[in-house]
Design a protein around this ligand. Structure first.
Ligand code: SF4
Length: 336
């Protein structure tokens, strides 16, 4: 990263260059935020297994000088991540046993999920796939043909989910090829893309990308991932408008996180902020119990209470479904 940051120059660069300039050290991030690492419970050891990565567009939404900022908590590696708790594992949702073949997870009726990349633009400390063996299970170019054959020969699969990591980190050419291949499979009705990039690296939502998505003969649904209304800045609004204007359905999934969004006021503000920019609040997930994430957990009873408070204050369409995922089950469990 170049220091000091020239923000105007940074945002004038393309998304790959912006990504290359993401913060990747505790010191640099803290310096940018006017915080002293010595006064925070930071852990360099936690970055050995799961690196720090924060694009400037997201870091710019963090309140400078505030060690308790809810966005900072999502990305700052801390000592709690190195503690071991019973009930937490490296594959909390049972992805590995559900891998039908390299890069293809076939867990739920009617849907198959492609693990397109192991990379993300941001490394969220609570991530359920933070310990996922991407090196063995991500879909490389060599496995694409076999993956398409698997999907095409199972007539029950009508929706394909591009996931990761973050599938929008694939370059336009590879994404367009994937979409073109999927478009040739008759029974596929929808391509769903799970991505945090419209929120954390909005420069990725280029006209070329939206054209590729719009040209798909199958419906495109983009499920973004936003946990707090402060993540929505003017660049995010522009990116989401571009997707919306291309006829893409936009949904949001968030994770209920201790110290981030575990108040009804915060969750209501998030729903309102999302809907203001054309995104339907779709899922509120209980934490998936991945090793290193226990300090983010909000118990189910508290989650239920918070969701009921949201229901008392918001129209139904702004209350996300409270869900949890359990390894070995055939569907997400709706709690509310
Ligand atoms: S963007 Fe999603 S997959 Fe990537 S680290 Fe964050 S939660 Fe995990």
């Amino acid at each position: 990263m170049n220091k000091p940051y020239n923000e105007a120059e940074h945002y004038a660069k393309n998304w790959q260059q912006q990504l290359a300039e993401a913060f990747n050290s505790i010191e640099d991030l803290c310096a940018y935020l006017n915080l002293s690492p010595d006064e925070l419970p930071v852990s360099v050891a936690a970055t050995h297994s799961f690196a720090l990565r924060v694009p400037l567009s997201f870091a710019a939404c963090i309140e400078k000088g505030n060690p308790d900022d809810p966005l900072l908590r999502q990305v700052l590696p801390v000592n709690d991540e190195t503690l071991i708790y019973p009930g937490y594992s490296n594959d909390p949702v049972g992805d590995i046993p559900a891998a039908a073949q390299t890069g293809v997870i076939h867990k739920y009726q009617g849907r198959a999920l492609l693990i397109n990349t192991g990379s993300c633009a941001i490394n969220c400390r609570y991530c359920f796939r933070r310990n996922f063996p991407y090196a063995e299970l991500q879909l490389g170019k060599q496995q694409e043909e076999a993956a398409m054959t698997y999907i095409a020969t199972d007539a029950s699969i009508t929706e394909v989910i591009l996931s990761g990591g973050d599938p929008l980190l694939l370059n336009d050419e590879r994404l367009a090829r994937l979409i073109t291949q999927l478009n040739t499979i008759k029974q596929i009705k929808r391509i769903r893309i799970h991505s945090r990039l419209p929120i954390v690296l909005p420069a990725r939502i280029t006209e070329a990308l939206t054209h590729a998505l719009r040209d798909s003969t199958q419906q495109t649904v983009v499920v973004v991932h936003c946990n707090h209304v402060n993540e929505i800045n003017s660049r995010v609004i522009t990116a989401c408008k571009r997707l919306k204007d291309s006829g893409i359905t936009l949904l949001n999934q968030s994770v209920l996180l201790r110290g981030v969004n575990d108040h009804a006021d915060t969750l209501c503000a998030l729903s309102e902020g999302l809907f203001d920019i054309g995104i339907i609040p779709y899922y509120l997930h209980l934490l998936d119990k991945a090793t290193g994430t226990a300090h983010f957990d909000v118990p189910e009873t508290e989650a239920l209470r918070l969701t009921r408070q949201m229901q008392d204050r918001l129209p139904g369409y702004l209350v996300p479904r409270l869900v949890k995922e359990q390894a070995g089950t055939t569907a997400k469990q709706a709690i509310f």
